[in-house]
Design a protein around this ligand. Sequence first.
Ligand SMILES: Cc1cc2nc3c(=O)[nH]c(=O)nc-3n(C[C@H](O)[C@H](O)[C@H](O)COP(=O)(O)OP(=O)(O)OC[C@H]3O[C@@H](n4cnc5c(N)ncnc54)[C@H](O)[C@@H]3O)c2cc1C
Length: 506
Amino acid sequence: MADVGETRCTVKDEPEIIIIGAGISGLAAADYLSRNGFYNFKILESSSRTGGRIWSINVEGLNGTCKAELGANYIHGIERNPIFQLAEENNLLALLNKNKTLSKRVVFVTEAGEQVPSKTVKEVDWCYGLLMQQCEAFFQCGMQTPIENDSVGGFLDREMERRLAKHDGDDQYIRRLIFKQRLAVEAMISGADNMYEVSLGELGSYEELPGVHYAIPPGFEEVLEVLKRSIPKENFYLNHAVKNIDWQNGVQGSDGTHKSVCVECRNGKKFYADHVICTVPLGYLKSNSRELFHPVLPEEKIEAIQRLEFGTVDKIILEFSEAIPLESDMRKLALLWDNSSIDGQDLSSTWYKHIFSFDAIHENVLLGWISGKAAQYMESLTDDEVIDACMKVLEQFLKKDHIPRPRKIVRTKWHSNEHTKGSYTFIPVGGKVQDIETLAEPLTPPNADKPAVLFAGEACHPSFYSSTHGALLTGQQEAERLVKLYTEHHSDPEPDDDSDDGGLAF
Ligand SMILES: Cc1cc2nc3c(=O)[nH]c(=O)nc-3n(C[C@H](O)[C@H](O)[C@H](O)COP(=O)(O)OP(=O)(O)OC[C@H]3O[C@@H](n4cnc5c(N)ncnc54)[C@H](O)[C@@H]3O)c2cc1C
C-alpha cells in the first residue's frame, strides 16, 4: 500500500465517493482517484475477496504449486491494451517462456476417438475465419444484414453449408463437426448459450486489439495487486453487499452536510456520499436493478439492461496425481461431438456433450470448457457427478478403458454466484451497442449539477465489453470524470489585476 500520508495532495471541496464492487473496474477507479489525490472514498464489496471475475487459484503441479484461473485468463491483444502495458511494466510476463514444457499441438478428435488430419482442420478454420470477418464487417462498414435481426449462428450456418456442399460423404461430415465445434468455442468467446443468440449486425462493435493473447504466469490477480498498491487498506469494505442506492432525494450525511446519495448494505450499515461509482456486473443488474436503485432507474436504462445479455462460461479444472492422460505434446483436445440429434433433449442426459475441449494447463492439470445452459446445469451437480462425466468423455475420446480419477476438481459456478449471475456481456439479437452507451450514462438528479451515480464495469464499454481491459478503462474513465469535476475549475488561471483587458469591463 502507498504511504498516503506523504503523497496526499489537497483537493478543494474533496467529495466523498463510494465505489461499489472490487473487481478490476472498481479497483481501477480507486487507483485513479488515489493517484489524483482523492482519498475520500470507500470500496464496498459484497464478497470476502477482491478481484470479482479475476480469480487466480493455486493448483498442485507435479513439480510444485502453480496457478489456474477461474475467471479471466488472457490479455486479449497487445497494442493499446492497458492490461498488457501494466503487466509488462510490472514484469508479470517475464516467466512466459521459462520452463515451457507444454507444446502447442491441438488435436481434434471424433466421438469414435479418431484424430482428424490437421490439414482438414486448417481448411475449415481458414474458411471459418473469413466468414467471421464478414460477420464483423456488417457493423464495421454499416451494412444491412441479409436478413433483418439475423444472428451470427444463422449467417454462419447458411454460408458454411454452401461451402460444405463442395464436399461429400465422410469428408463433409467431419468438416461439419469441426465447424460446429468452432461455433461452440465462438459461443464461449461471446459468452452466449449459442451463436443463434448473438446479433449479426452488432458483432463487429467489439474491437479486437492487435497482437496475441497472453496469459499471466504468476496469475491474473497480480495485475490487481499493482492497482491496489495506491489504495489505502482502510478504504476497503469487504462483505458489504449493497442493498439499496438512494440517489435522488438528497440526504444528510453523518457529518451533517448534504449528500446526494445514501448507500445501504445488507448488513444494515449505511454510507453517505456525493457520488457513487457502481461497477456491479450486468448479470446482477439484470436481476436486481429495480430493487437496487431508489428511485428506480429511468425506464430507458432498465430497457437497455434487459436487452443486453449476460451468458455463462464455466471451467472444470481436474488435478491428477500423475501426468494427464493426453499425449505429452498435446496442448488441447478439441471434442467433435455429433450433437445433431440431441437438440431439445433433457440436459440431465446430454449436458456433458457440451464440453467442447480440454486444455492441458499443467503436466497434471486439465481444464474443461463448457458454456451456456449446459454450464448452468453443470453448476447444479455434485463434484462426483461432474468428475464421472468428465472421465467418461475422456475415456471415450481418448479410446482408453480406464483413466485414473483426478485427485481434485475445482469448477466455477459463475451463473449461481448471486453477485455475478453469469460470466460476461454480449449483444444479442434485438440488442444494440447503444444499449451499452445508455447503461453507461451517469445519473444526475433533477436540479443537481453533478452526477450522483456513475456506471463502470465491462458491460459499460462500447467496444471492449466482456473484457478485463474494457472493465479497467471504464473504471478509470468514471473516476476521471469526477476528478475533472473537482479540479478543472480550480486550475483556471487567476485573473491578473495588472493585465490590460483591452478596455473590456465585466
Ligand atoms: C470464465 C471467465 C473467463 C474470462 N476470460 C477472460 C479473458 O481471458 N480475458 C479477459 O479480458 N476477460 C475475461 N473474462 C471477463 C473478465 O473477467 C471481466 O470482464 C472483468 O473481470 C470484469 O470486471 P468488472 O470489474 O467489470 O466486474 P467484476 O469483476 O464482476 O467486479 C464486480 C464486483 O462487484 C461485486 N458486487 C456485485 N454485486 C454487489 C453488491 N450488491 N454490493 C457490493 N458488491 C457487489 C462483485 O462481487 C464483484 O467483485 C472472463 C470472465 C469469466 C467469468
